[in-house]
Write a protein that binds this ligand. Structure first.
Ligand code: FES
Length: 576
């Protein structure tokens, strides 16, 4: 137990003399009465609210609910902004800034008189960014994600954000949809506050936060506009005050067991491949040993239970009404697939949290005995001379007939180069071709954007082809689908073998065998390497320069080399 006199906020608000007067006096300019400095826990509420991050635009309201809970439990809540990263607007990619958010939030949490924090996130990068920050500071913390949008509705059918965009684009190119219909559909897909309501990266990372034990049960699945999300946020405000008093920190919650649980839950929900990168980065902040291969090994015996887009049919609202993530966690726990005792922010083990969690719809949440997709259909890790440090593929979003495939490479040095010719009826491509899109990695693009699932060539779309093998050192949106090999490491810009592939080379993909092979001799590859020139730097100054000089590769989580690990919350010196 932490007593009030031991709270770190006392170093500021309990101080006498000029320093204490300064700390308290300026806070009172906000109209707080002096009792807030009586030794109660001070709780920071880190909000990634912004009108430029539409998925997070309601987090101000969520913060108000958190504050109620903090006041109720005898704490003193103080909301502060952390960098908002909106997936849909930021160029060249929001991923370029995940580590910047993590660095900013870490420093704000450490430098301010906080005893605990509530982390408000939503859009894809905001959840891992805040968890990375909280891991490195290691103050008691609870996450509250903003929740998914209501189901999209278009022409009488449900449409999923992100997933439907890829489909509409293909329909437009193939002439089965008009520009006017597409414009109308835009308003039908995003019709409430919240993040993408498919099992995209935002829903996946919200589920990962819950599976790691860092947010309260049901937090991942209540729709953004559901009153129960606000109830849960209020509860989180109460809980964080308890965590401060118990001195229960993220390092005691996000253990190796918790990461193993998260990896298995990710397989069960058909989660995004982006979870691989983000979980590796969070684990790196905590010193938890986690490797790319863990994702393959731990997921192999976990079937996909949740029938959600992009792997399946339904959307997050349906998932919520069917019982939400607790119903999935209970199902895995009862089949011995989880570390049931892994402690969570409730103070109880994850198994105890969901022991009575009901399932109301077995079409949406299926069972281990009768799963939506059998075990072994989750994210696979591939290796071979084309990806010596690994690559991943989401099997549940791939076409089964392409999981073993041999084809000739058609190589492009950027998505832009590819799209410049993708509509050309003379393009030398067929359904067996392997499209290679490179220089899309952390250093190469920069920022490792979600561009890997390039649309198919028009020539093939018009012939009814709907999938082909694509290989890239970038990422793919969690809402997307297709037989796409992702996160190839090392990336082309770092001199990985992907940089040496030439159009016409034979490539063999063997997902059951976990290999990705370029059928070119070592001698020939050495000769090509001798000719290879690294690309020119993207920037001579600023964040992009810092990022590209220090970013790590996909197989270790794409953090910056000097941000791996933790610094704790100590700040030995006062400011004046
Ligand atoms: Fe923000 Fe999908 S664009 S979650």
């Amino acid at each position: 137990m932490t007593t009030n006199s031991e709270l770190r906020s006392r170093q500021w608000f309990g101080a006498t003399g000029r320093a204490g007067m300064g700390h308290r006096s300026w806070m009172r300019s906000q109209g707080f009465t002096p009792e807030v400095f009586d030794g109660r826990p001070v709780i920071g509420i880190a909000t990634t609210w912004s009108e430029l991050a539409p998925c997070n635009v309601h987090l101000h309201r969520v913060a108000e609910s958190v504050k109620r809970g903090v006041w109720q439990s005898g704490g003193f809540p103080l909301e502060f902004p952390a960098m908002a990263l909106g997936e849909t607007l930021l160029r060249p990619t929001a991923m370029l800034y995940r580590n910047l958010l993590a660095m900013e939030a870490e420093e704000l949490m450490r430098a301010n008189p906080l005893d605990g924090v509530v982390l408000l996130s939503g859009c894809d990068k905001t959840t891992p960014g805040l968890l990375m920050a909280a891991a490195s500071v290691d103050l008691p913390a609870v996450m509250v994600t903003g929740g998914p949008m209501l189901n999209g509705k278009y022409q009488g059918t449900d449409v999923g954000s992100g997933t439907a965009v890829w489909r509409f684009e293909e329909e437009l190119v193939a002439g089965r949809m008009t520009q006017e219909e597409c414009a109308f559909a835009e308003g039908c897909m995003a019709r409430s506050n919240g993040h993408c309501m498919t099992m995209g990266t935002a829903s996946t990372m919200a589920s990962m936060a819950e599976a790691l034990g860092m947010q309260l049960p049901y937090s991942a699945t209540w729709p953004a506009v559901d009153a129960r999300r606000y109830e849960t946020a209020q509860r989180a405000g109460q809980v964080v005050v308890d965590l401060v008093r118990q001195d229960l920190r993220p390092s005691a919650i996000m253990t190796r067991a918790a990461f193993e649980n998260a990896i298995r839950v990710n397989a069960a929900i058909g989660g995004s491949t982006n979870a691989v990168i983000h979980l590796l980065a969070i684990a790196g902040r905590l010193g938890v040993p986690l490797t790319l291969d863990d994702f393959d090994v731990l997921a192999r015996d976990v079937p996909t239970l949740v029938n959600l887009q992009p792997s399946g049919k339904y959307l997050m609202e349906d998932f919520c009404y069917a019982g939400g993530l607790p119903a999935v966690i209970r199902e895995l726990d009862e089949d011995g697939l989880l570390h049931s005792g892994a402690i969570t922010v409730t103070g109880s083990g994850i198994g105890a949290n969901v022991a009575d969690a009901p399932c109301w719809n077995r079409e949406v949440i299926q069972t281990v005995a009768d799963p939506f997709q059998p075990a072994g259909t989750g994210t696979a890790v591939l290796r071979g001379n084309l990806a010596p440090d690994g690559a991943v593929i989401k099997q549940s979003a791939s076409s089964p007939h392409l999981l073993k495939h041999r084809g000739r490479a058609l190589v492009f040095d950027s998505p832009t180069d590819y799209y410049a010719v993708s509509n050309d009826p003379e393009l030398d491509v067929d359904e067996d071709t392997v499209l290679v899109i490179r220089y899309c990695g952390p250093r190469g693009y920069p920022g490792m954007p979600e561009v890997s699932n390039v649309a198919l060539p028009k020539k093939l779309l018009l012939r009814g082809v709907r999938d082909m093998v694509r290989i890239c050192d970038g990422r793919m949106s969690g809402t997307a689908y297709g037989t796409v090999v992702l996160h190839v490491a090392p990336e082309a810009a770092a001199g990985g073998p992907l940089a040496l592939v030439q159009t016409g080379d034979w490539i063999t993909l063997d997902v059951p065998g976990r290999t990705l092979s370029l059928e070119v001799s070592d001698e020939e590859l050495a000769a090509r390497r001798a000719q290879w020139q690294p690309p020119a730097p993207h920037a001579s100054r600023g964040w992009t320069r810092l990022y590209t000089e220090h970013v790590l590769q996909a197989d270790t989580g794409v953090d910056l080399d000097f941000l791996v690990g933790a610094s704790g919350h100590e700040v030995p010196r006062d400011s004046h």
